[in-house]
Design a protein around this ligand. Sequence first.
Ligand code: FES
Ligand SMILES: [Fe+2]
Length: 339
Amino acid sequence: MAFVRNAWYVASWASELERSLKRQTILGEDVVLFRTQDGIPVALRDRCPHRLLPLSRGALIGDTVRCGYHGLVFDSAGTCVHVPGQDVIPPNARVKTYPLAERLGLIWIWMGDPDKADETEIYDLAEYHQPGWGVAYGDALHVKADYLLLCDNLCDPSHVEYVHPTTLGSPGSEGGAVTFEGRDWGVATNRWSLESEPIGFAKAFGNFADRVDRWQYYYMYMPSIAIIDFGTAPAGTGAPEGNLENAIRVFSCHFLTPETETSCHDYWLHVRNFGADDPAIGEGISEQFRIAFAEDKVVLEDIQREEDRFEGGIRVGLDLDASAALFRRKIDQTIKAEA
Ligand code: FES
Ligand SMILES: [Fe+2]
């Protein structure tokens, strides 16, 4: 399977990694995750090197995993430390381990060359840590579609009018013009909709009723992190020039982890500049996002099904595809460079 391997992907919510064995499929590889007694996260290949039973079928005993078939015991470095019924431990009785890190309430895993794993390269969002900003965690949405279909969607501000008419889009308008540019880290796609109707989200959380200026900045980071900076300000108050005084602003963060070539998890959370200390507001935003992301899921899973049985032939290209196409080219180049 062709994935960018030398990258940090999200393996779990930090809060969901406990003193038990958790199996996750990441880039087509089965991994078993747990925390040691000291709380350190560990990831091993979920496959016993004896008869290949997934280790997640076994038991977590102290900081070791005991296979559920013949009782081989592996420590958190993947070394076999006990073989029932014999003194000699075969030197090749080893399980692959993966570098892990804990940031932004997430467990990050490095699936590539361990020597290249550098924790300072893990994505960070400054506002997540700043006073005046509220953070809320969403879900790990499972989508039966290639993660690149989600990346297409997250390079594409124009779909909101049609897919999310009640929450993130304004059904009566076509929005402003979309622009984009390639960056070292991926692709940035922008759209300003000036003097426009407020979207449902802005009516609900900003009490906007009159005309507004609203923006969508879609930052698609290689290989699969999307940060959507969107917001709404009263029309004509200088938001495009940087005056965000009366604006509501949200960073909607999607951390996509490919599971297989045709399925992925979308770990999403968001950071807002209003009601920072009120968890009910965070939950209210999550409720709107749940509606919207479920709408995306339906669209993308339907597209995946059609892709699976596409006979070839005409596929129309549009101007709005350009930014997603650039992102896919960057992914292809990175995969080739890694090979
Ligand atoms: S399969 Fe794991 S010990 Fe035999
Ligand atoms: Fe969407």
